[in-house]
Design a protein around this ligand. Structure first.
Ligand code: GRG
Length: 326
């Protein structure tokens, strides 16, 4: 769940995130699909995406109650992507518990993820905004495309820094952008501000993914980097690590197995390069918050003082992502 040290977040928003009921909305949902989802991908997690959605809503002057559907929708799409991701990766655990594919089967995990995606679209459609249904559909497209590109790159082992960024943009930044864009659309902000919101989510998402890539190599969670390497998947840190170890890169490109390739040589340096890049993206987020804060008063009933207050937790989230340790 959400870290407690995020002190400027209005408690009612934290409560709202905590109380969001993560279940499929359809009453006719097959019980076993729902139960499988409930004890796997819909359970736990930091719930960062709903929190971000409410915080952006707060910034744009939207009542939290008007964003429950949007906040839940993006967490459910995130959950659906996790269920498919666990199949693609052949994962065994997720959040310290058996992953959905391990708990059931690959086939069940794919179908349950599909069900979840469709449930989100049905619920969003009830809100009556075709624009938001289209936005969410594009997020789902981007997720699938990002994973597809990653799969191809893993097979050929042909990577570049740009390609890794494209994958992060599609797999992570697209989701974060929704959290900023959807509240801006609900608040009926002008196109320019919706554009800033999109850019904010983009930079936040890239920074989030890059920090996540560094966390794979931190002391307490050297999680799945060897599994990634074995599958030929290269994240931002592994890419820099191979660049710093040309002889290992040659062997990797020749198809050598990760198990014999792995070495900690220059790993710290690779982590630092990626952390610095993430910090640049976070700086861009702070700049975008300032730009939006100057423009929002002309388009909402919020006073400048209220906007300054609503800015604080967003800034805190940006800083939290830069120093995240889990
Ligand atoms: C059909 C929607 C759909 C997707 C299929 C498999 C796939 C294509 C996409 C994978 C997308 C994916 C899992 C990206 C990883 C993003 C990421 C950094 C996840 C970790 O997020 P946290 O730390 O996780 O917020 P918690 O557990 O806190 O929710």
């Amino acid at each position: 769940m959400i870290p407690k040290f995020l002190t400027t977040i209005p408690p009612e928003l934290l409560g709202r995130v905590r109380d969001l009921e993560m279940n499929t909305s359809s009453e006719s949902c097959n019980r076993s699909i729902n139960q499988l989802l409930q004890r796997t991908v819909l359970l736990g997690g930091k719930r960062l995406r709903p929190l971000l959605t409410y915080l952006c809503g707060n910034f744009f002057g939207v009542e939290a109650s008007g964003l429950d559907v949007h906040a839940k929708a993006i967490e459910m799409v995130h959950a659906a992507s996790l269920s498919h991701d666990d199949v693609v990766d052949g994962a065994k655990t997720r959040r310290g518990k058996p992953s959905i594919n391990a708990e059931s089967s690959n086939k069940h995990a794919v179908l349950a993820g599909d069900y979840l995606l469709a449930d989100v679209i049905v619920e969003l459609t009830k809100q009556g905004s075709l624009e938001l249904v289209a936005e969410m559909s594009k997020v789902i497209q981007a997720l699938a495309e990002g994973e597809w590109i990653q799969l191809d790159a893993a097979e050929t082992r042909k990577y570049s820094r740009e390609l890794i960024e494209v994958i992060a943009e599609k797999k992570t930044a697209s989701v974060m952008s929704w959290c900023a864009v959807a509240p801006a659309v609900v608040a009926e902000m002008p196109e320019a501000i919706i554009g800033y919101a999109r850019d904010f989510g983009y930079h936040l998402g890239l920074a989030f993914q890059q920090m996540d890539d560094t966390l794979d190599f931190s002391g307490n969670s050297k999680k799945d980097h060897l599994l990634d390497l074995e599958n030929g998947v290269i994240n931002a840190v592994l890419y820099e690590w191979l660049e710093l170890n040309p002889e290992l890169k040659t062997r990797f490109l020749a198809g050598e197995s990760a198990t014999t390739l792995w070495s900690e040589r220059h790993l710290d340096q690779a982590v630092s390069v990626v952390e610095a890049r993430a910090r640049d993206h976070l700086d861009k987020c702070l700049g975008l918050i300032d730009i939006m804060a100057k423009e929002i008063p002309q388009h909402s009933s919020l006073s400048e003082k209220q906007i300054l207050k609503a800015k604080e937790p967003l800034i805190e989230i940006v800083h939290y992502l830069g120093r995240r340790t889990y």
